[in-house]
Design a protein around this ligand. Structure first.
Ligand code: SF4
Ligand code: SF4
Length: 557
């Protein structure tokens, strides 16, 4: 491979790489505002200027290609002076309102100003005033005075979202961003511009002013909004999720996620309608009871039915671990009527990220066995079986079957027993005989398999009462490292919920076929030993960015 030297270090590069790319690949970060690895090069901020030996002038490293034997200096006196001068120009009209800016703490301008700023301004004139709090689109507010005209948002809109909706207007120090006349900045991906805007000019309407970034913990996770499974970070303060941001994974979502996934998929975790404890229906009302009582009543009730009279509904919203243990539990009871519901919105898909399967784990649920066994009933046959009185007990895990269609609503009255695991109140929990509080994606360990057949990890970002109790136990020792403030993370209200697989494990002990899982990781280990699709995998191998399963792609892929 060809090599160049950056700051005295000889590094390899691929033909066609620019200096900034080659340096980054080797772990050397050259300051930049307008350059972004997934966007075209614009070369307008000039902060990535570097000194290249045998070249008469400094060159911008974002658009200068690396060549064999090139010698580059990113910290020479000339380079540092040029960078300081660029920073001085950029800061001339900047309002320097970091104390009230959402971007503070993750702002490139703030960061570089500390390192490369003079600490004082020679500019004595009045700063240019521009429009502030401009509603650019449904989710985004724009502050013209903070904008440094890097054009990242314009290029993102054109090149990634494929919507030519933003442009520069005016010139010189009056230049600003706007939409085309009469248009709004409105497409399924607009909020990615708030991530890539290097300053606080574009802010997320939903998150704006909710928290300083250093007050939150962040945890690697996966979006549950569709079968893409975009890699995310979950940001939490006082045990409440305040925002999701995309996490780079070139195999899945690059640097992006859609606005719906970002805004809608975590609200149920914080919602006031969470199921907070175990409930049993008595005299027509759901009454809160202890975990022990709910488990005992459930185990006793299940024994009253023949296996052919019971059906299990798994969930493409639940993890592989939850679905695997559900399937194993059903098998131990001899139940073959087992399936899960599809949530496909035909046509609601694009060639960027969004998938028409609106669940994160339909492929995983299928792979771990949540499909009818032998001549068992599938989803529609279970409904028919309920209507005909053949199915008398229905066990539903993390699925609101009654909201699916009117037929389920009218059929459910035929059941003798309806047991439900749910994180939030819904139409099915309202009619259930026994309700268990299920942990959400943000409160448990586990895996999802996306439409590409890629298995990916979720991790607890929000604490439950159970985690509080387990602080001294084994479980905590296996959790991945926490974000920026464990003490803060543990404050705030905690819901009394458990991952669905744990509820089945507790029931199995009462029913005499004890399952011996203590951690989600142990469930995964059994899956990988018994299921060829997961062979050779464990949580460490799946890691931060997932692992590709060796399976045939589905028709939906
Ligand atoms: S709004 Fe942000 S991303 Fe867009 S040009 Fe201004 S500084 Fe760059
Ligand atoms: S594309 Fe799908 S997985 Fe990605 S953010 Fe949107 S809803 Fe979530």
């Amino acid at each position: 491979m060809p090599t160049l030297t950056v700051d005295g270090k000889q590094i390899e590069f691929k033909q066609g790489q620019t200096i900034i790319e080659a340096a980054r690949f080797a772990g050397i970060e050259i300051p930049h505002f307008c350059w972004h690895p997934s966007l075209s090069i614009s070369g307008n901020c000039r902060v990535c200027l570097v000194e290249i030996e045998k070249m008469p002038k400094l060159a911008i490293s974002c658009s200068t290609y690396a060549t064999e034997g090139m010698v580059v200096h990113t910290h020479s006196q000339k380079t540092v002076e040029a960078r300081n001068a660029v920073m001085e120009f950029i800061l001339i009209n900047h309002p320097l309102d970091c104390p009230i800016c959402d971007e503070a703490g993750e702002c490139k301008l703030q960061e570089y100003a500390y390192v490369n700023g003079k600490g004082e301004s020679r500019f004595e004139e009045i700063k240019v005033r521009k429009e502030k709090r401009v509603q650019l689109g449904p989710h985004i507010k724009f502050d013209g005075e903070r904008c440094i005209s890097c054009s990242r948002c314009i290029r993102f809109s054109d090149e990634i979202a494929k919507k030519n909706q933003l442009t520069f207007v005016q010139r010189g120090d009056k230049v600003t961003i706007t939409t085309f006349p009469g248009e709004s900045f409105d497409n399924p991906y607009t909020l990615n511009t708030t991530d890539i805007c290097p300053v606080g000019a574009l802010t997320n309407q939903d998150f704006r002013f909710k928290s300083r970034v250093w007050e939150m913990s962040k945890t690697d996770s996966i979006c549950v909004g569709c079968s893409r499974g975009c890699n995310t970070e979950v940001w939490v303060r006082n045990n409440e999720i305040l925002r999701l941001t995309p996490r780079h994974n070139e195999d899945v979502n690059s640097y992006w996620m859609c606005d719906r996934g970002r805004l809608e998929t975590f609200k149920n975790v914080n919602a006031g309608d969470r199921i907070d404890g175990t409930y049993i229906r008595r005299e027509g009302q759901l009454q809160k009871v202890s975990w022990g009582e709910a488990l005992n009543v459930t185990a006793k009730s299940l024994k009253d039915y023949k296996s052919s009279e019971i059906a299990f509904i798994g969930s493409a919203y639940a993890t592989c671990e939850d679905n695997y243990v559900l399937a194993k539990f059903a098998k131990s009871l001899g139940v073959t009527n087992i399936d899960f519901a599809d949530h496909i919105i035909p046509g609601d898909q694009d060639d960027i990220l969004i998938r028409e399967d609106k669940t994160p784990n339909s492929l995983g649920a299928e792979l771990v066995g949540v499909r009818p066994v032998a001549s068992g009933m599938n989803f529609s046959a279970i409904l028919k079986g309920i209507k005909e009185g053949k199915i008398k007990a229905l066990y539903v895990m993390e699925e609101d079957v009654i909201s699916l269609d009117k037929e389920w609503q009218s059929a459910i009255g035929n059941l003798d027993l309806l047991i439900v695991h749910a994180s939030n109140e819904n139409k099915t929990t309202a009619l259930a005989d026994i309700v268990f509080p299920a942990s959400t994606f943000a409160e448990k360990n586990g895996t999802f398999v996306n439409f590409q057949g890629r298995v990916q990890r979720i991790r607890p970002a929000v604490a439950t009462e159970e985690m509080d109790r387990a602080l001294d136990g084994m479980e905590m020792s296996r959790w991945d490292k926490f974000g920026t403030g464990f003490d803060r993370w543990m404050q705030g209200h905690k819901f009394d919920s458990k991952p669905s697989w744990k509820i089945f494990v507790a029931l199995s002990q009462l029913l005499g076929f004890k399952m011996k899982f203590n951690m989600a990781e142990e469930v995964f280990a059994e899956m990988s030993n018994s299921n060829s699709a997961f062979k050779g995998l464990d949580y460490d191998v799946v890691g931060k960015h997932g692992a590709q399963l060796k399976i045939k792609q589905t028709a939906n892929a």
